[in-house]
Design a protein around this ligand. Structure first.
Ligand code: MRU
Length: 361
């Protein structure tokens, strides 16, 4: 039996930054502006649809669970502006806002999952006064947030049960408290530190947007975890050196057969790990599992601006203006490369098509 109060205290003893919350009078959302990290810790207020859309699109708020939490709060604060409308008008605006926000990023299912939960609150209460519906929307947004906290704590416990003192863990992208509540793929690594274990973390820098360098190594270092930052193409040699006993990666959408979409480069990590006989676990809340999506071929992969490869982070362009770039933000790791999927419901092992179904029964 897990003692989540104890886990929460342990996690809180480790440096954790608030990534998304409502302001004091609950009319605006305050997000940690992730694009400025690690050079500045700055918070930004969001109180309108355009800024909310841009915050997701520009990765000011990112990480599948954090996007879901944010989306819940956005639908609530936008509904405040429509408090004096009749239900039909209110619902029409709600649907338009929802559709626009949902188009900000396509791959992480947590966005549409949270938006659908918020819409269900409206349709389930359509006979009630609009003001009452708005207060239920606030409750639901907070519920999504609180559930994520609990899921992160459980995932951290289950993930840590896969490690022993002294292990090396390679991780890709950022799935720590900045991207979630207390962390999914990086949650167990923080918990290990809180428990006095010594886990050596290898953080892939994660080209082109450097979430591993800017965010994961920042979170790990601040928490006092033994972290070594590596370029993505160094993963193979640290595995060959025998320094990695497990790979922990996040997930943005898990298909019904266990194929996992995560940050670009994750599938390469899994292919290398298979070569070196290293187990690979994808860690994330069950809200990331999309049982309506049969396999990875049905996951829409976001394509991003070539400038992120050629220009961003550099003083001068690193390629000619006319050079073509292919910049998919995610890739799909074939389920056969995964040892297990860690959710708040436990560790799921193959055959994933059968065992994923079971957790929803
Ligand atoms: O494009 P990003 O930075 O939102 O990509 C995020 C990832 O791929 C993470 O690994 C992910 O969302 C896993 S869950 C925190």
């Amino acid at each position: 039996m897990l003692d989540l109060k104890k886990t929460k205290k342990e996690m809180e003893s480790i440096a954790i930054v608030d990534n998304v919350k409502l302001n004091d009078d609950e009319t605006k959302i305050i997000i940690l502006n992730q694009v400025l990290l690690p050079n500045a810790i700055e918070y930004k207020e969001i109180d309108n649809l355009k800024d909310a859309y841009d915050a997701i699109k520009k990765l000011e708020i990112r990480g599948a669970p954090a996007i879901g939490i944010f989306a819940g709060y956005v639908m609530y604060i936008l509904s405040l502006k429509d408090r004096d409308l009749a239900f039909e008008e209110f619902f029409k605006n709600f649907k338009n806002n929802k559709e626009y926000l949902n188009s900000s990023r396509p791959t992480a299912v947590n966005l549409s999952w949270a938006l659908n939960r918020m819409e269900k609150v409206v349709t389930d209460n359509k006979d009630k006064d609009v003001k009452e519906i708005i207060s239920k929307l606030k409750e639901e947004a907070k519920k999504i947030h609180n559930e994520d906290i609990e899921m992160c704590l459980k995932i951290s416990e289950y993930g840590l049960s896969l490690l022993k003192d002294g292990d090396g863990v390679l991780t890709h992208c950022n799935a720590g408290p900045i991207a979630t509540s207390y962390g999914t793929a990086q949650g167990p690594l923080l918990l290990s530190k809180a428990r006095g274990m010594h886990i050596k973390v290898f953080a892939d820098e994660t080209r082109p947007l450097l979430q591993g360098a800017r965010l994961t190594s920042f979170e790990m270092e601040k928490a006092g975890v033994d972290v070594t930052l590596i370029c993505d193409n160094i993963a193979s040699i640290v595995m060959r050196n025998g320094w990695v006993q497990a790979c922990f990666v996040g997930c943005d959408r898990i298909a019904a057969n266990g194929d996992v979409a995560n940050k670009i480069g994750t599938s390469g990590v899994a292919i290398l790990a298979k070569h070196y006989g290293i187990p690979v676990y994808s860690l994330g809340p069950s809200s990331t599992i999309d049982m309506n999506c049969p396999d990875g071929d049905h996951i829409k992969i976001e394509l991003r601006d070539p400038e992120e490869i050629k220009n961003m982070w550099y003083e001068k362009p690193m390629a000619l203006k006319e050079v073509k770039c292919y910049n998919p933000s995610f890739d799909v790791t074939d389920h056969e490369l995964l040892t297990g999927i860690v959710t708040e419901k436990g560790i799921i092992y193959p055959p994933f098509d059968i065992n994923l179904k079971k957790i929803f029964e």
